[in-house]
Write a protein that binds this ligand. Structure first.
Ligand code: FA5
Ligand code: MG
Length: 455
């Protein structure tokens, strides 16, 4: 068990189901682009490691399974780290050819304006039955192309190198023909591009609506919508891609997707089906749609936030209430031990720099080794532990936690780290006494819980 009570107590919030909540409105807008798809929005967040990992083909030593990345309730039970945890069960139920699952997901992760330990994903899938196709007398690829033509077209610039296969990372699956993969990929990409186009059309209306204050940034105003497909890796799809959108001067990853591993469908007793799946971050999309600048805002119960959203009215851009002062405080400490030179983490993990599907963060061999070492010994230093202690102490008063300095002592080999915490409330100005007290408690907890030595 490594799940703090603050996380457990947030489970009943179900933000994506709250009337007029921006996540609900965003969810419904996306759902409206998938007519006829069955929706599941109340699946229980506590799942088995089998559902979250094994059923999806995660190797036993995958970094995503680590206690430093995942909230465990006991050794076989976790808070789901992604909506993919429900793929196999939903395929097994075999109720419709298309479905969407939206839910809260949980990850031990960084603390900053785009990361929160609880966020929301939407999983979608579409499959075709070979038997049904045979009856129609058409080839499967042809039938899928006909379905693709039913999805609205757009004339937005999309960068797509269209190199679906990669010998080791993203091989073609044996049961699929090249034509079938091309057809499914075309249907998948058209469906998801349509979502982004619809979101940006709504955001555009919002940013040009007269109620907007003139000093509000409207980044997409003069910036034409640009998207690009990039190759990705997930244990449960092959080939796999991520879709990125150009936003405020940079590429922002909004979803991962791919052709469902046939083994998952076979194990779910629907070997006759094949198709695609995707998983997207609802907060990321809602932040684009409304211009919401900080992910903590979604959890706000402040009327100045909540009253800005109305499911029955056209989208209006979020108008931040005044920004309260930031308070930066540093903490430096010696780490008790350096991660073992273990190579365990690397095994079975595909090439470095491809993002880790269960953590969403870039996985380097060093990260993987550190995480695996953490799993093995249970007490080696891992940055996510600092993140969680900061959250536990400061809750939503902690805006950002960043490593600002790190060095290894040349003689002793001990590692020193310095983290900078930004304390800032979204709702009021914090007093000095308050931040001093929080920071003092943080320092004590780092010593008590991680065994570090303060400098
Ligand atoms: C996954 O979670 C895969 N399960 C997605 C998938 C589903 C792939 C089906 C293939 C088939 P990833 O960890 O990249 O992948 O997360 C998916 C999306 O969730 C990201 O693109 C991002 O939009 C969002 N996301 C990930 N981590 C965070 C976070 N800490 N905070 C907010 N959004 C996040
Ligand atoms: Mg990712």
């Amino acid at each position: 068990m490594n799940t703090p009570s603050t996380i457990l107590s947030a489970i009943p919030r179900r933000l994506h189901m709250q009337p007029n909540h921006p996540l609900t409105i965003t969810r419904q807008l996306i759902e409206s682009r998938f007519p006829g798809y069955e929706t599941h929005n109340t699946l229980f967040p506590i799942v088995t490691t089998r559902q979250n990992f094994d059923s999806l083909g995660f190797p036993p030593d995958h970094v995503g399974r680590s206690r430093t990345d995942t909230y465990y309730l006991n050794k076989d039970t976790v808070l789901r780290t992604h909506t993919s945890a429900h793929q196999a069960d939903t395929f097994r139920a075999n109720e419709s050819e298309g479905w969407l699952i939206s839910s809260d997901v949980y990850r031990r992760d960084a603390v900053d304006r785009t990361h929160y330990p609880i966020f929301h994903q939407m999983e979608g899938a579409r499959t075709w039955s070979r038997a049904a196709v045979e009856k129609s007398g058409k080839s499967l690829a042809k039938l899928i192309y006909e379905d693709t033509e039913k999805i609205p077209k757009h004339n937005i610039d999309v960068q797509d190198p269209d190199t679906p296969f990669h010998a080791s990372r993203n091989p073609k699956q044996d049961p699929h023909s090249v034509e079938e993969v091309s057809a499914i990929a075309a249907h998948l990409k058209r469906s998801l591009e349509d979502v982004v186009v619809a979101i940006f059309a709504a955001a555009k209306t919002a940013s040009t609506s007269p109620s907007i204050s003139p000093d509000q940034p409207t980044p997409d105003d003069d910036e034409p919508l640009k998207m690009r497909w990039v190759e990705a890796y997930f244990p449960f799809t092959s080939p796999s891609w991520e879709l990125e959108v150009f936003w405020q001067g940079d590429w922002l990853e909004i979803l991962g997707c791919g052709i469902v591993q046939q083994a998952i469908l076979n194990n779910a007793s629907v070997p006759d089906r094949l198709g695609w799946a995707f998983g997207l971050g609802l907060e990321r999309i809602a932040m684009l749609l409304y211009g919401i600048p900080d992910i903590r805002l979604f959890w706000s119960t402040d009327a100045r936030f909540l009253t800005q959203f109305d499911a029955t009215a056209p989208i209006k851009r979020f108008v931040p209430f005044s920004k309260y002062p930031a308070c930066f405080k540093d903490v430096s400490f010696w780490v008790r031990s350096t991660p073992a030179s273990s190579a365990a983490g690397g095994a079975g993990i595909p090439p470095p720099q491809v993002s880790s599907p269960a953590s969403g963060t870039a996985t380097t061999p060093a990260d993987a080794a550190a995480a695996a070492a953490g799993t093995l010994t249970g007490h080696d230093f891992h940055e996510n532990d600092v993140m969680e202690i900061a959250r536990e102490v400061g809750g939503d008063l902690v805006e950002d936690v960043r490593l600002v300095d790190e060095f290894t002592h040349p003689k002793t080999g001990r590692r020193s780290m310095c983290y900078r915490i930004n304390y800032r409330s979204l709702e009021r100005t914090l007093t000095n006494e308050e931040t001093n007290e929080l920071h003092e408690r943080l320092r004590c907890d780092l010593v008590d819980k991680l065994g570090v030595e303060l400098r």
